[in-house]
Design a protein around this ligand. Structure first.
Ligand SMILES: [Zn+2]
Length: 128
């Protein structure tokens, strides 16, 4: 369990829900324009697994290039909701340490603590 209180988790979940609503709306607008009925249907529901699959599909489609960042953000929120449900939210996926409330307030979908995030970015730069 992380050291977050349930009130803190609720606060962060609310923050993510607001972002989710805004971004889903933008993605839905593109889906409407593209007359992509399957995506529109998936975006209207809140079944996380189905939505995540639909988002993976539309992320690969050129029609959605303009909202690619929104799609990434929503997928990150889907993953964060799963971690909340599993009781692992706020725990670093790399070292198992606490991510910390302050970092999560700035970046609610963070899955790594700041030290591991920096290490990950360094490794990516080395491999890039
Ligand atoms: Zn860590």
């Amino acid at each position: 369990m992380s050291k977050l209180t349930s009130a803190q988790i609720e606060q962060l979940a609310r923050q993510m829900d607001e972002r989710w609503a805004r971004e889903i709306e933008e993605i839905r607008r593109v889906a409407e324009r593209a007359r992509d009925e399957r995506a529109q249907e998936a975006l209207a529901g809140r079944a996380a697994d189905r939505l995540d699959q639909a988002l993976a599909d539309i992320a690969a489609s050129a029609d959605y290039a303009i909202v690619r960042q929104d799609i990434e953000d929503v997928r990150d929120i889907v993953a964060a909701r799963k971690r909340i449900a599993a009781g692992t939210y706020g725990i670093c996926t790399d070292c198992g340490g606490d991510i910390g409330y302050e970092r999560l307030r700035a970046y609610p979908t963070a899955k790594r603590c700041i030290e591991c995030q920096r290490g990950d970015e360094r490794r990516r730069r080395v491999h890039a």
